[in-house]
Ligand binder design. Structure first.
Ligand code: TXA
Ligand code: MG
Length: 319
């Protein structure tokens, strides 16, 4: 039986014993373990079926913990940390040798973030080590935004999900690295590029695999439902190409009036990107359970968080 509870003391006890606990964050649930326990970290890779070349994000509760992990902090990294931590921003920084190689897949940089979730922060404060936590889904699958999603994925192989309710942001953190002190975006995410550029000026975009061997694990196909899924600007036209099929729709703000649609999920009736992001993965999880023949997702306007959502939908629908 997986324990699903908000008992932080129990989670502390398990993490101190080199066990894994799935933890809530404001982006998605993470599968967490002590960064200094090789036993725990190996369990993370095994349980997710994740290749060892794909490095993990280290979660901290205080900016002072950077001293223990990082050998150099570019000015613009400091500005971003001040502006967005705690929050859905991951910084890739030069690591100290004390950070185990298995965390960073042998790279000389480490990805770090301070999650903005009261339960995650309370947990981290009670531990005397940071937590490595990739999203709590099997490799390549849709990320979990509710405790129940995690339980459905791992069942009895996972002992505990620390329940923190629905994830407020709903998509993963934005990842920023540095080349000669200048910022590079490795992954679109819950903070828009526009918001980042407002703070530190222009950011180089390298979130596609072809141009970014620097962020291993940014796979073209990822976050994918098991059902055959398509991403379209003109959903109505696409529906016509699937006569006599059980079709599910994932739409931004408005329902579509068409015959033969089995189910429609609306991400935000108010056409609000933030709300759409928060609902994205839960809607995909739900559609994927309906035994449909196809899911057709609508492409969002390509600005702000719309860009981040489109990035996830592109990876979810990659053939
Ligand atoms: O919102 C999030 O970031 C969530 C929550 C749980 O914090 N975590 C998450 O982790 O999305 P994960 O493992 O699914 O994605 C981590 C990605 C890797 O695939 C890789 O692209 C990048 O972070 N990464 C990690 N360490 C890196 C490094 N040293 N250099 C470049 N990229 C790195
Ligand atoms: Mg992930």
């Amino acid at each position: 039986m997986t324990i699903i509870s908000n008992n932080i003391e129990k989670a502390v006890e398990m993490l101190n014993q080199e066990e894994l606990v799935a933890i809530p964050t404001e982006t998605v649930y993470g599968l967490a373990g002590n960064i200094y326990s090789e036993i725990a970290i190996r369990k993370i890779f095994e349980m997710k079926n994740r290749p060892l070349f794909n490095p993990l994000i280290v979660h901290i509760h205080s900016i002072h913990q950077l001293d223990e992990l990082v050998s150099y902090l570019p000015n613009k990294a400091q500005l971003l940390a001040n502006a967005f931590w705690p929050g859905p921003l991951t910084l890739v920084l030069k690591k100290k040798s004390s950070v185990p190689d298995i965390i960073t897949a042998g790279k000389d940089s480490v990805a770090i973030r301070m999650p903005n979730h009261p339960i995650a922060l309370a947990l981290l404060r009670q531990l005397n080590f940071p937590l490595a936590a990739p999203s709590a889904n099997p490799f390549g699958c849709i990320s979990p935004t509710k405790a129940i999603h995690v339980e459905e994925y791992f069942g009895d192989t996972l002992q505990m999900v620390l329940d923190g309710g629905n994830c407020e942001n709903g998509i993963e953190s934005t990842i920023i690295g540095f080349e000669e002190d200048e910022p590079v975006l490795y992954r679109l995410g819950a903070i828009s590029i526009e918001d980042i550029e407002n703070r530190i000026g222009e950011v180089k975009i390298k979130n596609k695999k072809e141009v970014s061997p620097d962020a291993p694990g940014m796979l073209l196909k990822h976050y994918a439902p098991l059902t055959d899924t398509y991403l379209e600007t003109n959903v109505e036209e696409r529906i016509q190409s699937f006569p006599n099929k059980k079709i599910g729709l994932l739409l931004f703000s408005k329902e579509i009036n068409a015959a033969g649609i089995t189910h429609q999920e609306i991400l935000s009736k108010n056409a609000d990107f933030k709300e759409a992001a928060a609902n994205l993965y839960a809607a995909l999880h739900l559609l994927d359970k309906l035994k449909l023949d196809v899911i057709i997702a609508e492409k969002l306007p390509d600005i702000g968080l719309g860009k981040s959502i489109n990035d996830r939908l592109e990876r979810a629908t990659k053939k």
